[in-house]
Write a protein that binds this ligand. Sequence first.
Ligand code: AVJ
Length: 321
Amino acid sequence: SGVRLARDPGSSPDRERLTFLRDTLAGLTATPKAFSPKYFYDGAGSALFEAICVTPEYYPTRTETALLREIAPALAEAIPKGAVLLELGSGASDKTRMLLDAAPWISAYVPVDISADALEGAVARLREAYPVLAVHPVVADFTHAIDVPKALAGRPVVAFFPGSTIGNFTPDEAVALLRSVRGRLGPDARFIVGADQVKDLEVLLAAYDDAEGVTAAFNRNVLVRINRELGGDFAPEAFEHRAVWNPAFERIEMHLVSREAQRVTVAGQAFAFEAGESIHTENSHKFTPASFGRLAEAGGWRIEKEWISPDPAFGVFVLRA
Ligand code: AVJ
């Protein structure tokens, strides 16, 4: 496609592959074994995530989208004239439209995503729908690079972090991310964050283990990606998809559980799995308004406004530095 994507200047496809390799080998050596959820999002993984969003069980996307549509006029009040909207982990950029429509005075949009494939499609669609909006896509791991392009310097910035992606971080990591966004965007910044809420266990578990098996395929896709990009020999079906609630940390965990004792090789290194041994692939923390408020405060922000949808509860928060 004709979409030009800026890259995190500190990165290149070679370095990204090496980081993926190093993190994967470290994760397979660790006890318990674990991967970072950011590696789910190659082209196929981003497409599988979009497919999860339309399963009947996965309520967060449609719930947050409906909430954003409803509160868009109030959110628009938090967006200054001429603002740059910077989105962390923008994916398909579908929810962004709610803000662009409610605040047509947004002058530029900077979607940051780890998946070049997801960005290309999203940007092509956005440029068509919003021809006067300046769109500056950046391919980057947003935990490393969240700078506003130089051409847009001086304009007020509103950061947007929907989808409860903040829940994929441990509290320490989330605080570090909140602090770094605050540090880079300055004292006048606003941060609009979506954060899924603690709720009925059956509803939560079903959302991460849909009947059609889309989430299972999403989870196993990281093994397919390791095989292709790092030279691995995982048999993805030899691992069972499992979603569990961890009450101590108030989070859903996804695991890939080895169905039998087996050996797997990645980049020439062998790793042994016992029957029933798991790779911890994702945390999805769930919040209450109080627990999210404590997190935001530890990250250097205060909650200016908050909205929680009626069941299933999902929160949208406007943070001020
Ligand atoms: C990336 C945070 C939106 O944790 O709910 C969906 C990813 N994982 N199903 C989440 C995901 C399993 C998702 N977010």
